[in-house]
Design a protein around this ligand. Structure first.
Ligand SMILES: [Ca+2]
Ligand SMILES: [Ca+2]
Ligand SMILES: [Ca+2]
Length: 231
């Protein structure tokens, strides 16, 4: 969601139907045109709103981050601020991630300790925060303006891996932010990555597209298996 104003209000809204009455005059009629459907009134109220200092960076993520039974809201603004709000719109914590790209955070228990972590990219950095907003680690990437990281256990060793596209690289990180492999492309990467076991051999492949009309398939080690030229 983008707002082209310097100050914007980020709305979290629920629709309350305070008075909604349908009146149907005919119960069993052979001619449907005789039906008389009347909506008397619908009232819609905003539950709360939260003012960002710039337009929204990308779509928000709503998740019970601290697993307490109520949802939190993760939202970014284009000037680099990353907010965690409670379910009433109050700021729980925030970070200034300079030059944030158009990315929404990915929420996952990346280290398998039973607590959720947040992965989010700024232009040159992949950040990992815990659920209280403390940065656990960060890792360098090349210029990133694309979407959120993809999470999969690529090598099926029981530990999650992080796949992230940047301008001309597919980055693969271990769960703790150390580099697993990188694959450099000739053309600018224009899509997010898709991970799937394409050939049903029990090993994952990674698919993405580039500006020079290629769809590229990597194996789980980051080695190119094939490419397909589109028109
Ligand atoms: Ca919660
Ligand atoms: Ca965790
Ligand atoms: Ca793995």
């Amino acid at each position: 969601m983008f707002f082209r104003k310097s100050n914007v209000i980020f709305f979290i809204f629920l629709i309350f139907i305070s008075s909604l009455t349908f009146t149907v005059d005919n119960t069993v009629e052979t001619n449907a045109q005789d039906s008389n459907l009347t909506i008397n009134s619908i009232a819609i109220d905003f539950l709360w709103n939260f003012t960002l200092t710039d337009f929204a960076g990308h779509f928000p993520v709503i998740v019970d981050l601290d697993l307490d039974g109520t949802s939190e809201v993760l939202v970014t603004s284009q000037n680099g601020l990353f907010y965690c709000l409670d379910n009433l719109g109050n700021t729980l914590w925030q970070h200034d991630l300079a030059l944030l790209g158009r990315c929404s955070p990915t929420v996952v228990d990346i280290n398998k300790d039973g607590k959720l972590e947040i992965l989010i990219t700024s232009f040159y950095t992949l950040h990992c925060f815990n659920y209280t907003g403390t940065e656990l680690w960060n890792a360098s990437i090349t210029y990133n303006m694309l979407d959120s990281p993809t999470i999969a256990d690529l090598d099926q060793d029981g530990q999650l891996d992080i796949i992230l596209q940047s301008t001309n690289k597919i980055h693969c990180f271990n769960w703790n932010g150390t580099v697993k492999w990188e694959h450099t492309t000739l053309g600018t990467i224009t899509t997010v990555t898709v991970v799937a076991d394409l050939d049903s051999d029990g090993s994952f492949e990674i698919l993405f597209g580039t500006y020079d009309n290629k769809t590229i398939c990597l194996n789980h080690l980051g080695v190119k298996e094939w490419q397909y030229m589109t028109d």
